[in-house]
Ligand binder design. Structure first.
Ligand code: MTE
Length: 316
């Protein structure tokens, strides 16, 4: 497969604009880049990637709109995972040896039955199913990915949220020893995301442990990540260790980093431009021309009603 260059996928002004913004966040940004971002370029033909895709679940499958799956190699070699590097093509290489066992997910906060789940117990308690979803990154590129996962609502029902619980907060692993990007203070680690409880309970919201019929590779957020298909990709937090039910809206990493640019809701919305680039179209990885971005990423059925009393321009 030909190497995908970020500049080919995302319009250059957008790509450079977001990169410039991120790298301009602090003086330590330069040291972040030295930690890995500017090293040898990632090689998508890397053995682990080739082996993963060679045995990936084959077959021509499509999503609910009839769009074909994004090529496996692209899904596992073009990633955003800032705990490792800001360079999309280098995430796979820098995360290759990331250990995801032992791993536990602690679920607590405003619940009657707080529990710590061992990762190996999850498939038995919550059998994974395949969900083919579009993933639309806020940067303007998108993919169609066959996830293996289970509805988050099944796990939440197990812990019994109390009547005070209104929001769910998710936290990724914080371990600078294992995640070199966290040695930089560009971001206030750990990566945190949040959902309103009704969004979290929606059947489309899943916790994924695999894609293309196989367990997740580290670069895609192993061993467990969130997938919320009607929101920009940054809401789909990777390598989750903690889930808390809260009364107040949590502050995500992106809200803390750039509150004018990233709101709590982050619903895909072609009519609300990012302050520095339009969101009306996107580049589907593997395609040459841009396509129109759809409201709620095309998942408007049953999603629009979650926001019927809200001004989506203000609550972006
Ligand atoms: N989760 C964590 N912990 N760290 C990250 O940097 N990047 C987000 C999201 N989840 C990110 C994360 C962004 S910006 C996107 S677009 C998706 O992961 C990308 O997921 P993928 O690499 O599996 O396609």
């Amino acid at each position: 497969m030909e190497k995908i260059r970020s500049s080919e996928i995302t319009p250059e002004h957008v790509y450079l604009s977001r990169r410039r913004f991120i790298t301009g966040l602090g003086a330590v940004a330069a040291s972040f880049m030295l930690l890995g971002g500017c090293g040898r370029r990632g090689t998508p033909s890397d053995e682990s990637i080739a082996a993963f895709c060679a045995s990936a679940r084959a077959g021509r499958r499509i999503d609910d709109l009839g769009d074909p799956l994004t090529d496996c190699q692209s899904v596992v070699s073009y990633n955003n995972f800032y705990e490792f590097t800001l360079e999309k093509e280098d995430v796979a290489r820098l995360s290759r040896d990331f250990r995801t066992s032992p791993w536990t997910v602690q679920v607590g906060g405003l619940v009657n039955r707080p529990q710590t789940f061992a990762i190996e117990d999850l498939p038995r308690r919550f059998p994974p199913e395949e969900r083919i979803y579009r993933l639309r990154c806020v940067e303007g590129w998108s993919m169609v990915i066959p996830w293996l996962g289970f509805p988050l609502n099944k796990l939440l029902k197990e812990v019994e949220p109390t009547s005070r619980a209104k929001y769910v907060r998710f936290e990724s692993l914080y371990d600078p020893e294992r995640m070199p990007g966290q040695r930089s203070r560009v971001f206030d680690w750990p990566y945190v995301e949040g959902l309103r409880l009704d969004e979290a309970m929606h059947d489309l919201t899943i916790l994924a442990s695999g894609l293309y019929g196989k367990l997740l590779l580290p670069q895609n957020g192993a061993p467990l990540r969130l997938v919320v298909p009607w929101k920009y990709g940054f809401k789909s937090i990777k390598s989750i260790v903690k889930i808390d039910l809260l009364e107040e809206e949590p502050v995500s990493l992106w809200m803390a980093t750039a509150p004018d640019e990233y709101g709590f809701y982050a619903n895909v919305n072609p009519t609300v431009p990012h302050p520095r680039w339009p969101q009306s179209s996107e580049r589907r990885i593997g395609e040459t021309s841009r396509r129109r971005t759809l409201l709620f990423n095309g998942y408007d059925d049953g999603i629009a009603s979650l926001y019927q009393d809200m001004d989506l321009r203000k609550s972006f």
